[in-house]
Design a binder for this molecule. Structure first.
Ligand code: ZN
Length: 307
């Protein structure tokens, strides 16, 4: 798979791998959905490559197996090709638990070269973080550990200080454009997705997966900005919110925020409404995270904005 962007970052990573260490510990930090995980996988390919070339020669047995792992992670094979046995990727569901980190610790006991990627490391719970910290303090030989995060402040500072920190910049508009073109997007669709991207592929990918999110966002925007109060409209939105999971709701609200922002820049929306929406939006997301009934939370946001 091709990485778009992050050229300098990749140079820095390769230079780090060229140092003669017995263990390499990296922390990739930057926005969600900009390619940190893919670069982490390529870093693992570089580290495990039999020829120790670039980000992997792509031809040796090890590189081919890492490619199988990558294909599997990105859903490009039916599970028939062998992934690399010495590369472990840990992904959170809601959080990363201690048993997942125990598996990492066992895996790192292997004497041969091995690589571990822990993505969204900020989701480690405290028990898991403490267990990982011990491993980072006494790192096993012949190992590469890469953590990725979009929120370094949520990691234990002692974990951060044990890692070589690599900062990933947001994607430029041109890079987002290129990625979407590679995914076969064109015309108006491509333009809309680029406009909503804001330096990351989170929103475009979510819309590609669930096109109804964009429709909901446009409808909610209309409802918020049209004259007058329309209780029936927000009540039916409450029902839509009840059907969506929290991640999708957050994305939907992010899209609405971007639409309002763009309309404000064009002078079509009052800046005061934008500021109030930002404030209410934060409160709404927090309320939903805390388990407030989604229907009630979105209705609350609406009536606060309309009064
Ligand atoms: Zn190779």
């Amino acid at each position: 798979m091709k990485v778009i962007g992050h050229e300098n970052t990749r140079k820095i990573i390769r230079q780090y791998l060229d140092r003669d260490y017995s263990t390499y510990q990296l922390l990739f930090e930057g926005k969600d959905c900009i390619g940190k995980k893919l670069v982490a996988l390529l870093t693992a390919r570089a580290y495990l490559c039999e020829k120790d070339y670039g980000f992997g020669c792509g031809e040796c047995k090890s590189c081919r197996m890492v490619n199988n792992t990558i294909d599997r992670i990105y859903g490009r094979d039916g599970g028939e090709k062998n992934p690399h046995p010495d590369l472990m990727v840990v992904s959170p569901e809601r959080e990363i638990r201690i048993d997942q980190i125990r598996q990492v610790i066992d895996f790192l006991k292997l004497k041969k070269k091995k690589a571990v990627i822990i993505e969204k490391a900020e989701r480690m719970n405290l028990e898991a973080s403490n267990a990982l910290l011990k491993t980072l303090e006494e790192p096993p030989e012949n190992s590469l550990i890469v953590l990725t995060t979009s929120n370094q402040a949520k990691l234990l500072p002692t974990i951060v200080s044990r890692c070589k920190k690599i900062r990933f910049a947001p994607l430029s508009r041109e890079e987002v454009w290129q990625i979407l073109q590679l995914q076969g997007k064109e015309g108006e669709d491509l333009k809309t997705l680029v406009a909503l991207s804001d330096g990351s592929m989170c929103v475009p990918s979510a819309i590609a997966e669930s096109p109804e999110l964009l429709k909901y966002a446009k409808d909610l925007f209309m409802l918020l900005t049209v004259e007058g109060v329309h209780p029936e409209g927000i009540i039916s939105f409450g029902e839509i919110f009840e059907r969506l999971d929290n991640d999708r709701i957050n994305l939907l609200l992010d899209i609405v925020e971007k639409i309002i922002y763009k309309k404000m820049l064009k002078g079509e929306v009052d800046p005061e409404l934008f500021n109030r929406f930002i404030y209410e939006n934060k409160g709404l997301k927090k309320a939903i995270e805390k388990g407030v009934k989604k229907k009630l939370a979105v209705e609350g946001m609406y009536f606060n904005l309309k009064t």
